[in-house]
Design a protein around this ligand. Structure first.
Ligand code: 5GP
Ligand code: MN
Length: 327
């Protein structure tokens, strides 16, 4: 919990910080925000990730100092593990032998850390880093503010997903007060992709279909599409959300081929349809309206199975609503 994290920081000196593979805006923004907070308190800290980071996040302060390593190769006093469902998510060897601090806002998270601070009411881990800064009596520097703001923007879809609360907006307002320029961050996140994104989007959207209810959309991305479009990692950000912009669509399954019979799956939904539960069934996890998983097998079969689960979930929510309206 938070008080244990505060005590640890006060008593120790040398910290590593890591996040999951294929890091997203909350993972990178929160890791860098925490790194700047620790440094502002006179501590030594560095961010280590096993993957490269998408271009959208390279303009963040400290992004150029991130160390890319697949193994713990230093004697840290503790390693903060940001936004990870389990100890293997960062794909860093020997992480399990460290004193770890698990910081996350997913309710599906395992309590794998030596210390675990999980707050499923936080819109992003970024919001938790802000709370940590306040709890430890730190000052929100411009660097911390920019990183944390990006984390909020990424996980709330620029403050329009249901996880946006009055607290999220209050934190965002505080960050703007200390110098964040919202338009600058949005420009870096949303207008910084390659032309390959547009080429890839055309191919992927060409595959979009609906189930028999017309409420579930599914779309695919092959390895060849990625290769021929010239898109780089991160260029497919938010493709999964495109079908949701149609008012009829209530759930989406976006499958991308990452190897031979091997896939990454993103699930999204509106309202009460819980895709985290469906992702968990297939070994993944996430939030009620945004979840993901990795899976191996026959593409058509897997897609059918996952889409069936989404159809069932949509129909169940509608039949519950009908029952309520007759009650
Ligand atoms: P995305 O579709 O953007 O990759 O992920 C959406 C949400 O689901 C994120 O909050 C992410 O943390 C979670 N998620 C994605 N993939 C996995 C996975 O393989 N395992 C778990 N536990 N969560 C995942
Ligand atoms: Mn997050």
């Amino acid at each position: 919990m938070l008080s244990q994290v505060v005590e640890l920081i006060e008593n120790k000196q040398f910290f590593g910080i890591t996040t999951h593979v294929r890091p997203d805006g909350d993972g990178i923004g929160s890791s860098l925000g925490l790194c700047w907070l620790l440094r502002s308190l006179g501590k030594t800290a560095e961010v280590i990730v096993s993957d490269g980071i998408p271009p959208s996040y390279t303009t963040l302060p400290g992004a150029d100092e991130i160390r890319h390593t697949k193994e713990i190769d230093r004697e840290y006093d503790a390693v903060f593990v940001i936004e990870c469902s389990d100890i293997d998510r960062p794909e860093i060897v020997n992480l399990d032998k460290q004193f770890t601090v698990n910081i996350d806002h997913h309710s599906t998270c395992e309590h794998f850390g030596t210390i675990n601070w999980i707050d499923s009411t936080a819109s992003a881990v970024g919001e938790m880093i802000y709370n940590l800064c306040k709890a430890i009596g730190g000052r929100i520097t411009k660097e911390i503010a920019e990183c944390v703001y990006l984390a909020l923007v990424a996980d709330t879809g620029s403050f329009h997903y249901p996880n946006t609360t009055d607290r999220t907006l209050k934190v965002a307002s505080e960050l703007v007060k200390v110098g964040v320029k919202p338009a600058k961050i949005s420009e870096a996140v949303y207008n910084n992709y390659t032309w390959g994104r547009i080429e890839l989007m055309r191919e992927v959207l060409n595959t979009v279909r609906r189930d028999y209810t017309g409420k579930v959309a599914f779309l695919r991305q092959t390895l060849a599409m990625k290769q021929f479009s010239g898109a780089v990692e991160g260029d497919n950000a938010n493709f999964v959300n495109i079908p949701l912009s149609a008012k009829e669509i209530e759930a989406v399954c976006y499958m991308r081929e990452v190897g031979c019979n091997s896939f990454r799956v993103s699930l999204r939904s509106k309202g009460e349809i819980n895709v985290a539960k469906i992702a968990e069934k297939f070994g993944g996890g996430g939030h009620k309206n945004a979840a993901g998983l990795s899976i191996k097998g026959d593409w058509d079969e897997l897609e059918r199975e996952i889409v069936n689960c989404l159809t069932e979930a949509v129909e169940k929510v509608h039949s519950n609503e009908m029952e309520l309206s007759f009650a």
